[in-house]
Design a protein around this ligand. Structure first.
Ligand SMILES: NC(=O)c1ccc[n+]([C@@H]2O[C@H](COP(=O)([O-])OP(=O)(O)OC[C@H]3O[C@@H](n4cnc5c(N)ncnc54)[C@H](OP(=O)(O)O)[C@@H]3O)[C@@H](O)[C@H]2O)c1
Length: 284
C-alpha cells in the first residue's frame, strides 16, 4: 500500500516509518505538507495516488492550546477536516489518531468506544473532538484510533522527562498519584495499526492503548526499576502540580472494539515499556 503519514516527523509518525516499512510511505509534514491548507493538501494527496492516510499531525502541546485557542482549532479541527475532505474526494482510507482527552475524565471506570465523548475540560481535548466529529461527517471510510500516555523513540514523553530528572541531582522526586491511565508505547500502537490496515472492512472508533493501568507515580516507579535507577520518588496529588490545562483524573481507555471485532488485545503496558526501555536507554 502507498500510505501518506501526516505529521510523519513527529514522535508517533517516526515509529510508523519504521514499523510500516513494508509499505510505500510518504512522510507528509511541515513545511511541504500543511494540513491547514485545504487546496494544497488535496492537490498533493491527489498526485500521490495513496491507498491510505494515517493522520498524526496535530497541535499536541496541551498547555499551549489553552492560550492559543485559534491555533489549536485551526490544526486539530480544521486541519482534520481538510484531511477528511481530501481523503473522501480521492477515495483514500483515513486512519486518524485521537486522544483520551476527548472525554471528561471523571468516570469511575475506563472509557470504551461507545461512551459519550465531547465534554472535554481542555482546549486540546475539545479541538481534537471537533476534529473527530468532522472526520466522521466528511469521510465515512475512516478509523479513529484513540491513544493516551504515549511514549516513543526520541520523545518528548513522560519516560524521557523522568529519565532526565533522575540525573542524581534530586534526592526525591514527587510524582502525581491520583491520575489513572494506560501508559502506551508508539511501537504497540504502530503494530496494531498495521493489523487494522489489513482489514479494509473495519470502520469507526478504536481505542489502542496498552492493557493494564497505572498512575504516573506507578509508571515512574516501573521506569526507574527497569532502568536500574535508585531514584527516590514520593506520591503527590494533581493539586500539587497546577497546569494551565487541567489533566483528566481518568485517562483509562477500554479496548471494547478490538474485543468485539475479534482482534488481538494490546500488549500489557509493563511489557511494552520493558521493550522500549531496552531499545531507548541501553547504549552499548
Ligand atoms: N503524545 C501523546 O502523549 C499523545 C497522546 C494521545 C494522543 N496523541 C495524538 O497522537 C498524534 C501524534 O502525536 P505525537 O506525539 O506524535 O505528536 P508530535 O510529536 O507533536 O507530532 C506532530 C507532528 O505534526 C506536525 N505538524 C504540526 N502542524 C502541522 C501542519 N499544519 N501540517 C502538517 N504537519 C503538522 C508537527 O510538526 P512541528 O513539530 O514542526 O510542529 C509534528 O511533526 C496526535 O494526533 C496527537 O493528538 C498524542
Amino acid at each position: 500500500m502507498r500510505i501518506v503519514i501526516t505529521g510523519g516527523k513527529g514522535m508517533l509518525g517516526r515509529t510508523f516509518q519504521g514499523i510500516l516499512s513494508e509499505h510505500e510511505l510518504v512522510v507528509a509534514d511541515l513545511p511541504e505538507w500543511d494540513i491547514t491548507n485545504a487546496v494544497d493538501f488535496n492537490q498533493r494527496l491527489e498526485a500521490c495516488h495513496a491507498d491510505a492516510v494515517i493522520h498524526c499531525a496535530a497541535m499536541t502541546a496541551v498547555d499551549k492550546c489553552e492560550s492559543e485557542v485559534d491555533l489549536a482549532y485551526r490544526l486539530n479541527a480544521i486541519g482534520s477536516l481538510n484531511v477528511a475532505v481530501a481523503c473522501h474526494r480521492n477515495n483514500v482510507r483515513l486512519i486518524a489518531i485521537s486522544t483520551d482527552y476527548v472525554f471528561e475524565g471523571t468516570l469511575d471506570r475506563p472509557y470504551h468506544e461507545f461512551d459519550v465523548a465531547g465534554n472535554a475540560h481542555t482546549v486540546y481535548g475539545a479541538s481534537k473532538f471537533a476534529g473527530e466529529e468532522l472526520i466522521r461527517r466528511h469521510c465515512p471510510n475512516h478509523l479513529i484510533c484513540r491513544i493516551s500516555w504515549l511514549y516513543g523513540p526520541g520523545g518528548p514523553s513522560f519516560v524521557h522527562s523522568m529519565m532526565k530528572l533522575a540525573d542524581g541531582t534530586r534526592p526525591v522526586l514527587k510524582v502525581v498519584d491520583d491520575q489513572h491511565g494506560n501508559p502506551t508505547s508508539t511501537f504497540a500502537v504502530a503494530r496494531h495499526l498495521a493489523l487494522l490496515l489489513k482489514h479494509p472492512e473495519l470502520v469507526g472508533t478504536f481505542h489502542l492503548t496498552c492493557e493494564g493501568e497505572a498512575t504516573w507515580f506507578e509508571f515512574a516507579r516501573e521506569i526507574f526499576r527497569l532502568a536500574g535507577k535508585q531514584q527516590e520518588i514520593q506520591p503527590c496529588t494533581t493539586a500539587d502540580f497546577p497546569r494551565p490545562a487541567p489533566r483528566p483524573l481518568n485517562s483509562r481507555l477500554e479496548k471494547m472494539m478490538l474485543r468485539l471485532c475479534g482482534l488481538p488485545p494490546m500488549p500489557a503496558w509493563q511489557e511494552a515499556l520493558a521493550e522500549f526501555m531496552q531499545q531507548e536507554f541501553t547504549r552499548i
